[in-house]
Ligand binder design. Structure first.
Ligand SMILES: C[S@@+](CC[C@H](N)C(=O)[O-])C[C@H]1O[C@@H](n2cnc3c(N)ncnc32)[C@H](O)[C@@H]1O
Length: 280
C-alpha cells in the first residue's frame, strides 16, 4: 500500500492495539507457539515506518514486558470463543477489537456474526491493511466504528447485530481505558442487548498502577496530550455487578486456567482469574 494512503494511530489509545499485535507477532514466531497470527506481522510492518526509532524501541520494550501474561491471555480468549460457539452463541462482539484477527484465523462457522467495535482511527488503519492482503474472514465480520464511551448500541444494531440471539461479548483490554462510569454504562448496554445464554468474561486481577510497565504504558499512550489518562474499567466489583443484574457468574483462577500451556505465568494469587457471566 502506498505510504500516503496509510493512517497509522501513532498516539492515543488506538495505538495500544499495535502493542498487542507486537505481542502476537512474538508468539507466532515461537516454535512452541500457542496460536499463529500472520496478519499481526502485516499490521506491525505497516505501522513501523510511522514511528521514529526511539518511540518504536520504547514500544517494543513495553510489549516485551507484557508479553508472557498477555500472550497466554490471547490463547485463553481463543479457547473461550470456541467454547462459547459450541455452547450456542451465534454472535461475537469484540469491544475495543483493535487489530484482532480472530474472524480470520479461528475456525468459526460461516454463519457466526462477528462484530468488531473500535474507534474510527483504528479502523482507518486496519481496514486498508486487510484489504491490501485480500484477507477473507471465516464468518460474517462487521466493523462498527464507534466510541464505547458514547452511544454505540445503535451503530451495532445498524451493522446487523440481533439482540434476540445469544452473544459472546469480549472485553480484552478496552474497559480499563474507560472511566468507571462509562465502563458501567457499557455493562448496562451489554445487559440490555443480551439474550439468555449470552456470555461476558470479566478479568479479575489486582493491577498495580504504580508498577513500571503500567507507568510506561500511560506515558506512551498519553503523548496524545492527555497526561493523566486513568486506567479504570469495572474495578473489583464487576463480577458482583453482573451477578446482581441477571447474569449467573462463576470464577476460575488464573493459575488453574493457564497451567495447561506450560508458560511461566503463575501469579500464586487465588483471587486472580476470570469470571464467566452467563445471561439468564
Ligand atoms: C489494548 S488495545 C486491545 C485491542 C484488542 N482487544 C486486542 O486484544 O488486541 C485497546 C483497544 O481499545 C480501543 N479503545 C479504547 N478506548 C475506546 C473507546 N472509547 N471506544 C472504542 N474503542 C476504544 C483502542 O482503540 C484499542 O484498539
Amino acid at each position: 500500500m502506498a505510504e500516503s494512503t496509510r493512517s497509522v494511530p501513532t498516539a492515543g489509545v488506538a495505538m495500544t492495539a499495535i502493542g498487542v499485535a507486537l505481542i502476537r507477532v512474538q508468539e507466532s514466531r515461537r516454535p512452541d507457539r500457542l496460536y499463529d497470527d500472520p496478519l499481526a506481522e502485516v499490521f506491525v510492518e505497516a505501522a513501523r515506518p510511522s514511528f521514529d526509532d526511539n518511540r518504536w524501541a520504547r514500544f517494543e520494550a513495553l510489549a516485551d514486558q507484557f508479553f508472557e501474561g498477555r500472550s497466554v491471555a490471547v490463547k485463553l480468549v481463543d479457547d473461550h470463543v470456541l467454547e462459547a460457539v459450541a455452547a450456542g452463541c451465534e454472535q461475537i462482539v469484540l469491544l475495543g477489537a483493535g487489530l484482532d484477527t480472530r474472524a480470520f484465523r479461528l475456525e468459526l462457522p460461516a454463519g457466526i456474526g462477528f462484530f468488531e467495535i473500535d474507534l474510527p482511527e483504528l479502523f482507518a488503519f486496519k481496514e486498508p491493511v486487510l484489504a491490501a492482503q485480500q484477507a477473507r474472514p471465516a464468518c460474517e465480520r462487521r466493523v462498527v466504528a464507534a466510541d464505547l464511551s458514547g452511544e454505540w448500541a445503535r451503530a451495532l444494531r445498524a451493522s446487523g447485530f440481533r439482540a434476540e440471539l445469544p452473544t459472546l461479548w469480549i472485553d480484552e483490554g478496552v474497559l480499563g481505558y474507560l472511566s468507571r462510569e462509562h465502563a458501567y454504562d457499557v455493562a448496562v448496554t451489554v445487559t440490555d442487548l443480551s439474550a439468555p445464554g449470552s456470555r461476558f468474561g470479566i478479568a479479575r486481577f489486582a493491577v498495580d498502577q504504580a508498577a513500571p510497565q503500567y507507568r510506561a504504558l500511560r506515558r506512551l499512550v498519553s503523548e496524545d496530550g492527555n497526561q493523566d489518562r486513568p486506567i479504570n474499567g469495572l474495578g473489583p466489583d464487576g463480577g458482583a455487578w453482573f451477578a446482581a443484574h441477571g447474569w449467573r457468574t462463576s470464577f476460575r483462577g488464573w493459575d488453574e486456567l493457564t497451567a495447561p500451556y506450560g508458560r511461566p505465568v503463575a501469579m500464586n494469587d487465588p483471587e486472580a482469574g476470570n469470571i464467566l457471566a452467563v445471561r439468564q
